[in-house]
Ligand binder design. Structure first.
Ligand SMILES: Cc1cc2nc3c(=O)[nH]c(=O)nc-3n(C[C@H](O)[C@H](O)[C@H](O)COP(=O)(O)OP(=O)(O)OC[C@H]3O[C@@H](n4cnc5c(N)ncnc54)[C@H](O)[C@@H]3O)c2cc1C
Length: 427
């Protein structure tokens, strides 16, 4: 072996959430670890996460908060490193935190405290962090892996790929993880933007006039719709061809409903409810909205209009809608979704429509705006307890590069920590 080749036990590619955690665990086990990152700074996504306060985990994290072609895969790693283990580390560092809603834990102060904690733990484990390591290439060599980079050549018997997904390229996201998976013959589920705003077009473009309006809704994607009724073409942000991947047919995802806020944007819809539903939405499918989540199914929104002698017209309809919806939204829905007549039956039909309003997004805002990337290295290629490739001993894939995607609310970091720990204990 040439002498200018630096030897380690473990090389981790990508100093994001998963890579840092893996390096900490492996380093503190006494393994000699090199952590290679092409940015000039580690953990850039950690720094901007949760609006700068990092929603670092979720107390109610379970396998049902993730989607994957292989939904059982995540169970093992998640069970080995539950949220309270990460919380113990956070508390050991005296980082103040609070629970926002639904078990979501945020820092009271800056997300930087989480990154600093991980970097200090790396130092304790003797991890060598190599920044600005660009043009990374890998080849299998002498029962290990030889990694060349702009910062020299490295060799180790274990290689952990933690280079994340394609979301937010300006923060340094690349498809290196998928390229390496393909190089070693592993299948990759086509990456697609998730937790991403949806774009409306065609005869639904009028919604964007409401930009800035927010409302509580229940949102969900519904499979089985092939075509946009207005003829507008639904656009897929396919990354497969870029990374030379074979397209793999999607399994239909189970529809999950999210009751949270929706926000109308200049291009379509966003807000937590829509971001959540977007992860389950596929081009060509409908987005369903219930605008009356507060109103029990048996309650009658138009009770007032139905009283004997009551006014039954657009003014009365708008007034009834404004009782439960923001004014601009109420007026818009009255205008485009008012009843076909003023009979009780027509009013009831209008209410049913408000509880199941169908929209046909023409696409998503793409990887530039997506909080995560769904799809990734096919989990059927990996061991669930260690994240090691079944067909390539010594090669591991962790974090967002893998086809395990969390819902909004701290689940994606929990997956990054848990899968990082699983590999860190095995390398
Ligand atoms: C705006 C935003 C806010 C978010 N907020 C939250 C939140 O509050 N809670 C939550 O749970 N999740 C949040 N997420 C999602 C979360 O950040 C990711 O799921 C998580 O960071 C994934 O960890 P990872 O280590 O797999 O990938 P990353 O954190 O993306 O790390 C991958 C690392 O690999 C490096 N890399 C990539 N390509 C190469 C290459 N070719 N050579 C060398 N290095 C490379 C990258 O520069 C990066 O440092 C947020 C995401 C975004 C975009």
């Amino acid at each position: 072996m040439p002498t200018d080749l630096r030897q380690f036990d473990v090389i981790v590619l990508g100093a994001g959430a998963a890579g840092l955690m893996c390096a900490v665990v492996a380093g503190q086990r006494g393994r000699r670890v090199a952590l290679l990152e092409h940015n000039g700074q580690p953990g850039r996504k950690i720094l901007i996460s949760g609006g700068g306060r990092c929603n670092f985990t979720n107390l109610h994290c379970g396998p049902e908060n993730f989607h994957s072609e292989n939904p059982h895969f995540a169970k093992s790693a998640l069970a080995l490193f539950p949220p309270r283990h990460f919380l113990e580390l956070v508390e050991r560092y005296g980082i103040a935190w609070h629970e926002k809603t639904l078990g979501q834990l945020f820092c009271d102060g800056s997300a930087r405290t989480i990154l600093d904690m991980l970097l200090e733990e790396c130092e304790r484990g003797g991890v060598e962090v190599v920044l600005n390591a660009r043009e990374i290439a890998v080849e299998a060599s002498s029962s290990g892996f030889r990694v060349s980079s702009s910062h020299g050549e490295f060799w180790a018997e274990s290689l952990v790929v933690a280079t994340g997904g394609l979301s937010i390229p300006k923060l340094g996201a690349t498809g290196l993880g998928y390229e390496l998976a393909a190089q070693f013959g592993l299948n990759v589920i086509e990456p697609r933007p998730a937790l991403v705003p949806l774009v409306l077009g065609g005869d639904e473009a009028g919604w964007t006039e409401l930009a800035g309006v927010a409302a509580d809704v229940v949102a969900w994607a519904e499979p089985g719709f092939e075509k946009h009724p207005s003829g507008a073409k639904a656009q897929a942000h396919s990354a497969g061809s870029t990374y030379g991947l074979k397209p793999v047919p999607f399994k239909e995802l189970k529809s999950v409903r999210f009751r949270e806020k929706m926000l109308v944007t200049h291009r379509g819809l966003s807000g937590p409810a829509v971001l959540q539903a977007s992860s389950y939405w596929r081009p060509g499918e409908a987005l369903l909205l219930n605008f009356l989540p507060e109103l029990a199914a048996q309650a009658d929104l138009f009770d007032g209009l139905k009283q004997p002698g009551a006014r039954r017209d657009l003014v009365a309809l708008r007034r009834a809608l404004r009782e439960v919806l923001p004014q601009r939204l109420a007026n818009y829905l009255a205008e485009i979704g008012g009843p076909k007549g003023w009979s009780n039956a027509a009013l009831e039909e209008c209410e049913r429509h408000l509880r199941r309003w169908e929209l046909h997004p023409v696409g998503t805002e793409g990887f530039e705006k997506a909080e995560v990337t769904a799809g990734g290295v096919d989990t059927r290629e990996l061991q669930a307890r260690t994240m090691e490739a079944l067909s390539a001993p010594g090669l591991f894939f962790i974090g967002e590069a893998v086809d395990v995607t969390g819902q909004l609310g701290g689940f994606n970091f929990q997956w990054a920590w848990a899968s990082g720990v699983a590999a860190g204990r095995a390398v």
